[in-house]
Design a protein around this ligand. Structure first.
Ligand SMILES: Nc1nc2c(c(=O)[nH]1)N[C@H]1C(S)=C(S)[C@@H](COP(=O)(O)O)O[C@H]1N2
Ligand SMILES: [Mo]
Length: 347
């Protein structure tokens, strides 16, 4: 392959990996598992391309010596390698947790995501300095398509071989299609407490807490903890799958969102409901999904602990963990469509 073709292929694959990586955070149902497969194959294809890229980089360095440009490229290169190594480790052995200085213990997946995001700025600068000037033939046409398919095929083949040879400890058995590992299932409050970015655990006293139901409803209301408890003792088994790389199956108990909506009477023209935490963290769902949602007061036989969302948390089967709003204080029915929000929480 020519240097230009290698550079263009890396560029295309990196953009694809970023898109499919972000996309994989949105997939909660197994019909979306192909996105994880493609992301994995693309990652292995990048490793293959490194063989060429290493000699391209060496030549470039010999020619230019130490400059701001080569220093930034080196930094990008280190982050790129870090992202690939952590990605490969996660996909193969799936190391559960590693210590990260200052920040505490992280899954290798979270490390992979952090390194990949850190890679974006030096990568953009590098592109600005060394734009590979792709030609039409590098991007479209039969040869370009064959090259990409070939690379992905190598990716799939290597991955397949690795699955066969996989060490049992990192084995596929305990992992979901998302790659997440099982933690603390059926242990009630025993599963890990986690937040999306940094939402501190609020201390809520149950006699001062209220659930506000408002928006496009016939009867707005504020419910006390006792009133929510009285609304139902529905128990549902559901899987909480955190994008940090773990999942837990629990029996969640509480009030179906349906029951609350029926009580309030949804006005015509309403399309979505927003569940907002007392911390401000909020996620939106289409009204058609309301039947799947449960507002849980209990996990296993226990009331939710503060960390897990006391007094009330959302259970959203088929959605990744970041949709499972904790410390719910508001249910707002609105006319906005269900997708009307940032695809991932910002808080
Ligand atoms: N208010 C609020 N709810 C939240 C979060 C958060 O940061 N703030 N994190 C979400 C994420 S990313 C996950 S995986 C689950 C974790 O729930 P747990 O701590 O009970 O395991 O809560 C979700 N609900
Ligand atoms: Mo999460």
């Amino acid at each position: 392959m020519s240097s230009r073709a290698v550079n263009v292929a890396i560029l295309l694959l990196l953009v694809f990996e970023l898109a499919s990586g972000v996309g994989s955070f949105l997939v909660g149902e197994s019909d979306g598992r192909w996105l994880f497969w493609l992301h994995r194959a693309g990652g292995i294809a990048l490793v293959v391309l490194l063989i060429w890229k290493a000699s391209i980089a060496k030549r470039s360095y010999r020619r230019r010596g130490v400059t701001v440009g080569t220093a930034l490229s080196a930094l990008g290169g280190i982050l790129f390698l870090g992202s690939l190594v952590t990605g490969m480790l996660w996909a193969s052995v799936g190391l559960p947790r590693v210590p990260v200085p200052v920040l505490g213990s992280w899954t290798v997946l979270s490390l992979h995501v952090a390194l990949s995001l850190l890679l974006i700025p030096p990568f953009l600068v590098h592109l600005g300095l060394r734009w590979p000037q792709p030609r039409r033939a590098d991007l479209v046409g039969r040869r370009a398509a064959l090259r990409m398919l070939g690379l992905l095929a190598v990716g799939f083949a290597v991955w397949g071989a690795q699955e066969v040879l996989a060490v049992p400890s990192g084995g596929a058995a305990s992992r979901r299609f998302t790659g997440s590992r099982e933690e603390g299932s059926f242990s009630g409050n025993g599963h890990p407490v986690t937040d999306w970015l940094s939402d501190p655990i609020p201390r809520i006293e149950h006699d001062r807490w209220q659930l506000r139901v408002h928006g496009e409803v016939e009867r707005e209301s504020t419910l006390s903890y006792e009133e929510v408890l009285a609304l139902g003792d529905t128990v549902r088994e559901a899987t909480l799958d955190c994008t940090g790389g773990w999942y837990t199956i629990q029996r969640w108990g509480g009030a179906p969102v349906d029951a609350l909506l029926e009580e309030a009477g949804v006005k015509g023209g309403a399309r979505s409901l927003l569940l907002r935490s007392s911390t401000g963290y909020a996620r939106r769902f289409s009204l058609e999904e309301a039947g799947d949602l449960l507002l849980a007061t209990h996990v296993g036989d226990e009331a939710l602990s503060a960390g897990h969302g006391f007094p009330l948390r959302l259970v959203a089967p088929g959605h990744r963990g970041h949709s499972w709003v904790k410390w719910v204080a508001e249910l707002e029915v609105s006319r906005e469509p269900g997708w009307f929000e940032p695809p991932l929480p910002l808080q």
